[in-house]
Design a binder for this molecule. Structure first.
Ligand code: FAD
Length: 441
């Protein structure tokens, strides 16, 4: 393979590192890019964009490689990989940080916590800041501190022509709006983000599990939807049900005593097999929840926004769906709390369309052997058909390749404005993938 015009570390099929470099977090998706360019500066990125265009290869942009559908990668494509761009510059004077595109969340949390700071990030230690913040970004600080994108003050991006643009409230403000909720892979390669920091010390970390407990499983979602409205916004939680039980993980920015009072309805469900409510240094809480994630998984998943109270019938249908799941342990219906600080930002301020939603509901199913894949994918598809009927739209960071009218589903009423911004910043549709924005015809 001819690497002329390319700078940075280039890996092509046949190179010793290729097998590792082509793989992403989700091993259910196997793709064989023509080239992977590990970029170390803006020039490497500009050269890679130019080369992909010259060869008509088509581009993909990758940072942490955690996209559920592998949209940051592609067979026969040139992958611009920013994972070597991982510098973090903390500015203590104004409590901000400048983070390069490929920085992984755990490393970022650790560096910030050394100075007593944090930001509202996600829970998986190896997700990169780019995909997370560009799609909105939810986690266990969301109800207290907002979406990850809500902390963003400025981003730098290399556009289709290899030019560096700065986007903030004053400069390229339409792009700045779009990058906060619809930025993943759509407009250019973002190289760094400057965002606001929050002081943090100790918090209460929560882990509750009801294993081998179908009675708890059957009560969980009804309780969740009663509990969430009006919940103290210092608490955020992710939980769910699986065929054999249920679980709830959370952070509370306050004491264990108050957290336990807020959790009373859940603590009253009999048969807890794990009950952790501990007041710990923030970074320990991050690591306790982060330890749940494996290094990679083979799975399919899909996530939608809920903004209604589900009826008894609808809850029963969800229980029926989980009973049909292909795996006792690795198939689940998950819920991720929103509300609180997410609603403090005006809906029109960013491209994140579903700010008023109460929570995200996701289906997830993981398998070990290739011949199991079909059953898991079929279960996701059937479950999704029902979940679509009780939800508003889809979370772009939990994408699903079978979503009908996916652009409308991800971006709702913001779609026309996003298409205009796409036309202005990527008029030749250089940055495209199977579910990307397209300029209007
Ligand atoms: C195990 C796991 C746990 C997760 N937990 C959470 C969570 O707690 N909260 C949450 O909100 N989400 C979560 N997610 C979803 C996650 O936020 C998205 O998958 C996110 O897009 C991943 O970002 P990435 O950079 O790691 O992935 P990538 O696959 O590298 O990129 C994802 C998307 O962003 C684009 N992109 C990547 N880098 C750039 C760049 N530099 N410039 C422009 N576009 C770029 C890609 O082209 C692609 O479209 C989780 C995902 C997994 C697999």
């Amino acid at each position: 393979m001819d690497c002329e015009g390319l700078t940075g570390k280039v890996i092509v099929p046949g190179d010793p590192g290729y097998e590792r470099a082509r793989q992403d977090y989700n091993r259910a998706i196997s793709q064989y890019p023509a080239m992977i360019v590990y970029c170390t500066d803006s020039r490497d990125i500009a050269n890679a964009i130019c080369r992909a265009e010259k060869d008509g290869l088509g581009l993909r942009v990758r940072s942490g490689g955690h996209d559920y559908e592998g949209y940051s990668n592609g067979t026969g494509k040139l992958v611009i990989d920013t994972s070597l761009l991982n510098q973090v510059q903390i500015n203590l004077q104004d409590a901000t940080v400048k983070v390069q595109a490929g920085t992984r969340l755990l490393s970022l949390y650790e560096q910030l916590y050394e100075y007593g700071y944090t930001f509202p990030g996600g829970t998986c230690p190896t997700v990169a800041i780019s995909g997370l913040i560009l799609g909105g970004g939810i986690g266990l600080s969301t109800r207290y501190l907002g979406l990850t994108a809500d902390s963003l003050l400025e981003a730098s991006m290399i556009n289709y022509a290899g030019e560096q643009l700065v986007a903030n409230r004053q400069c390229n403000s339409d792009l700045f709006w779009a990058l906060r909720g619809a930025g993943g892979g759509n407009f250019g390669v973002v190289t760094d983000y400057t965002f606001r920091l929050e002081k943090v010390d100790q918090i209460t970390v929560i882990q509750l599990r009801w294993d081998n407990n179908k009675a708890a499983r059957d009560r969980f979602l009804a309780l969740w939807q009663e509990w969430l409205p009006g919940l103290d916004c210092r608490m955020s939680a992710f939980g769910g049900i699986y065929p054999a039980g249920a679980w709830l993980n959370g952070f509370f920015y306050g004491t264990t005593e108050t957290a336990r009072q807020l959790l009373r309805p859940f603590l009253a469900i009999p048969g807890l097999t794990l009950e952790i409510t501990m007041y710990v240094p923030f970074i320990d809480a991050i690591k306790i929840i982060g330890a749940i994630y494996p290094k990679s998984e083979t799975f399919q998943a899909a996530g939608r926004f809920v903004q209604r109270t589900l009826s008894r019938n609808q809850l029963d249908t969800l229980i029926h769906i989980i009973e049909q799941a292909p795996s006792e342990r690795d198939s689940s219906i998950r819920v991720y709390s929103l509300g609180g600080a997410v609603r403090d930002v005006k809906p029109e301020e960013t491209a994140f369309a579903y700010r008023q939603a109460d929570y995200i509901m996701a289906l997830m199913s993981a398998w070990k052997k290739e011949d199991e894949a079909r059953a898991h994918r079929r279960w996701i598809m059937q479950g999704f058909c029902f979940i679509e009927t009780i939800t508003l739209g889809s979370y772009v960071n939990f994408p699903y390749n079978r979503t009908q009218g996916y652009l409308q589903a991800y971006f709702g009423k913001n779609l026309p404005r996003l298409q205009d911004i796409k036309a202005a910043y990527d008029p030749y549709n250089v940055f495209r993938f199977p579910q990307s924005l397209q300029p209007p015809l």
